[in-house]
Ligand binder design. Structure first.
Ligand code: ZN
Length: 202
C-alpha cells in the first residue's frame, strides 16, 4: 500500500474556524496558606465584573469558615459564591456566566479537571485558586493537572514565620492528621523550604 503525503485540501476548505468567544482562558492561582490566593481570586472576579462580565463563583461545601454563600479572604474581602458538594454540580449553574471562578479548588473531586475544561471549551474563562501542596509538601488534589492545562499560572509566596524568607510550605502545627484541616494561624504556619525541612519532623 502506498501512503500519500498530500494534504487533503478539501478538509481545510470544509473547516471554518469561528470560535464563539475569543480568549477563554484557564487561570490557576496557587500557593501556600496565607499567600493571598483568595484575595487574588476576589480581585480577578471584581476586575471581570468591572468589565461588565457575569461571574459565578463556586467553592467546596466543606469550607464554611466564614460564610456559607460567600468566598471570604483572610483580610475579610468577599464575593458571593455557590457552595457545591461535587464538582459536576458546577455544570448545573455555569451556563449564564461569562466567567467561572472556583475557590479552594484542591478540595474538589478529580472530575473538576473535566468540568473546568468543558467550561473553557464552551468559551468561558475560568479562574481558580487553591493550595498547591498539602502540609506534607505533596501536590494537592487535582492541582498538578490543573497547572498543566492552565493558560496562565500565578504562584504566590507567603512570608516564612521564622526567617521572613519566601514561604512555599504550609506547616501544620496542630495535632490533627487529616489532610483536610481547615484553619487559621493556630493550625498552620507558612515556611520557606529550609525552615520547613528543619521543623517538619519536630
Ligand atoms: Zn524560613
Amino acid at each position: 500500500m502506498e501512503f500519500s503525503q498530500k494534504i487533503d485540501v478539501n478538509i481545510l476548505r470544509r473547516t471554518t474556524f469561528s470560535p464563539r468567544v475569543k480568549n477563554a482562558r484557564i487561570h490557576v492561582i496557587c500557593g501556600p496558606m496565607f499567600s493571598g490566593k483568595t484575595t487574588s481570586l476576589i480581585k480577578a472576579v471584581k476586575s471581570h465584573q468591572k468589565d461588565g462580565k457575569k461571574v459565578f463563583v463556586f467553592k467546596p461545601k466543606l469550607d464554611n469558615r466564614y460564610a456559607d454563600e460567600a468566598v471570604v479572604s483572610h483580610d475579610k474581602n468577599e464575593v458571593q459564591a455557590y457552595a457545591v458538594e461535587k464538582s459536576v454540580e458546577i455544570l448545573d449553574y455555569y451556563l449564564n456566566a461569562d466567567v467561572v471562578a472556583v475557590d479552594e479548588v484542591q478540595f474538589f473531586d478529580d472530575r473538576i479537571i473535566d468540568v473546568i475544561e468543558k467550561i473553557a471549551n464552551d468559551g468561558k474563562s475560568v479562574v481558580v485558586s487553591g493550595l498547591d501542596m498539602d502540609y506534607l509538601g505533596r501536590p494537592f488534589g487535582s492541582i498538578p493537572q490543573l497547572l498543566t492545562i492552565a493558560d496562565e499560572v500565578t504562584k504566590l509566596n507567603s512570608v516564612c514565620t521564622f526567617c521572613s524568607g519566601r514561604a512555599r510550605f504550609s506547616h501544620r502545627i496542630s495535632e490533627d492528621n487529616g489532610i483536610v484541616v481547615l484553619g487559621e494561624k493556630d493550625k498552620y504556619v507558612p515556611l520557606c523550604r529550609s525552615c520547613y525541612n528543619e521543623l517538619k519532623d519536630k
